[in-house]
Design a protein around this ligand. Structure first.
Ligand SMILES: C[S@@+](CC[C@H](N)C(=O)[O-])C[C@H]1O[C@@H](n2cnc3c(N)ncnc32)[C@H](O)[C@@H]1O
Length: 228
């Protein structure tokens, strides 16, 4: 990470790499690189279904976990004019960029590592984990399941969790993504070589009575409602 960009995750922590990339310089090109090229071309899941995931699920009391630039929060339709939004990220640059992006909603921010106990007392009607799990260290979804568990604990009755993550299943890869996946994992930008659709499905099933999971390209999109 460039000097001056300090995060609360120590360099020796396996979670460091997954958030260290998000310098203010990288965040300036993030939308174009990630949603203009990587998602549609490499992972074959363009921006539109991601905005749709928000439009279909987001509530007026929302916790967004792993916020990047806040692009999807900016583009989506909230069911209220003044939604209460909390942004949760380990990287202060991401929190700053996303807060600025959606300043019209005056979001609250929480700077913390999602793999540690969440420093939140509140409960939320919706929680989004969008393009977060593939950044988290681990050999498989099992190592990241604690995040699904923490989100479930912070959902209000009748609320829902939704999210998306790039999977490592070999049969979901194109010729291009099969080449990019190991490179991105070696660089630490992604940590998802062992993330399997079946394991994500099983992890959601362990924490929720029901859920939906669909795959578009190499990306899993999921929604899991909590009981009312
Ligand atoms: C790929 S971006 C996703 C941004 C946004 N949700 C989107 O879809 O464009 C991942 C975000 O997760 C954050 N992140 C990565 N590891 C984290 C961790 N262990 N704890 C909290 N945030 C983390 C990064 O700082 C970054 O803002």
């Amino acid at each position: 990470m460039p000097p001056g960009n300090v995060t609360l995750i120590d360099r020796s922590d396996p979670a460091y790499a997954g958030q260290a990339l998000y310098s203010s310089a990288f965040l300036r090109i993030y939308d174009q690189l990630i949603y203009g090229f990587n998602c549609p071309v490499i992972w074959r899941c363009p921006r539109a279904p991601m905005v749709e995931l928000y439009d279909d699920n987001v509530s007026s009391r929302h916790l967004d976990v792993g916020v990047g630039t806040g692009l999807l929060l900016d583009l989506c339709r909230f069911p209220a004019e003044r939604p209460e939004i909390t942004l949760f990220d380990a990287n202060p640059n991401s929190l700053k960029a996303a807060s600025r992006r959606i300043r019209r909603y005056a979001p609250a921010t929480v700077e913390a590592d999602v793999l540690k106990p969440w420093p939140l007392e509140d409960r939320f009607e919706t929680i989004a984990l969008v393009h977060l799990l593939h950044c988290l260290p681990g050999d498989s979804i099992a190592d990241k399941e604690v995040v699904i568990e923490s989100a479930r604990e912070r959902l209000a009755p009748g609320g829902s969790l939704f999210g998306a993550t790039i999977l490592g299943d070999p049969e979901l890869q194109s010729g291009l993504s099969r080449r990019v996946l190991p490179l991105a994992n070696r660089r630490g930008a992604l940590s998802n070589l062992g993330d399997r659709r079946a394991d994500l499905d099983a992890a959601l099933g362990r924490h929720f009575d029901s859920h939906q999971l669909k795959v578009r390209g190499a990306v899993a999109l999921f929604v899991a409602p909590a009981p009312a």
